[in-house]
Design a protein around this ligand. Structure first.
Ligand SMILES: [Zn+2]
Length: 123
C-alpha cells in the first residue's frame, strides 16, 4: 500500500479512459460507414433515388403515355400525379435486380397495395 500503487492505479484509469474514447470514435465512424453502405445497397432507396432523377421522371412520363393514361392493373384511367410505380417482380424477393424499367408498371396506389408482392401477368 504505497504511493506507487495508487499512482499506478490512477495511470491505468486514465489509460482506460483514453482507450474508451478511442473505441467510441471507431464505433461511431464504423456505424456511419455502415449506414452509408446500407443506403447504397437498399433496393427500395435505390429505386426511390432513381425515380427522383431526370431519367426516372422521363421514364415515368413515357410509360404513362405507353399505358395510355390507364392503370396497368384495373385498366381504369389514371392521373399522372396519382400513378405509382409497381414492381412486377417484387423488391422484397428480387432486390436490386427488380429495379429495371422493364419490371415496372404504373398503377393506382390502391391497385398497387392490393397486388402487393404477388407476381401478376400484365400482358
Ligand atoms: Zn387501378
Amino acid at each position: 500500500m504505497g504511493t506507487d500503487s495508487s499512482d499506478n492505479l490512477a495511470r491505468l484509469y486514465s489509460e482506460l479512459l483514453v482507450l474508451l474514447k478511442q473505441e467510441e470514435e471507431v464505433r461511431k465512424e464504423t456505424e456511419k460507414r455502415l449506414a452509408k453502405a446500407k443506403t447504397s445497397v437498399d433496393p427500395r432507396k435505390e429505386f426511390n433515388n432513381w425515380l427522383q432523377t431526370n431519367a426516372g421522371q422521363t421514364w415515368k412520363q413515357k410509360q404513362f403515355k405507353y399505358q395510355a393514361s390507364k392503370c396497368a392493373a384495373c385498366g381504369d384511367s389514371l392521373r399522372f400525379t396519382d400513378a405509382v410505380v409497381h414492381h412486377i417482380r417484387p423488391l422484397k424477393d428480387f432486390g436490386s435486380a427488380a429495379n429495371k424499367p422493364e419490371n415496372f408498371k404504373l398503377l393506382h396506389p390502391g391497385c398497387n397495395l392490393e397486388i402487393g408482392t404477388k407476381i401478376i401477368d400484365f400482358s
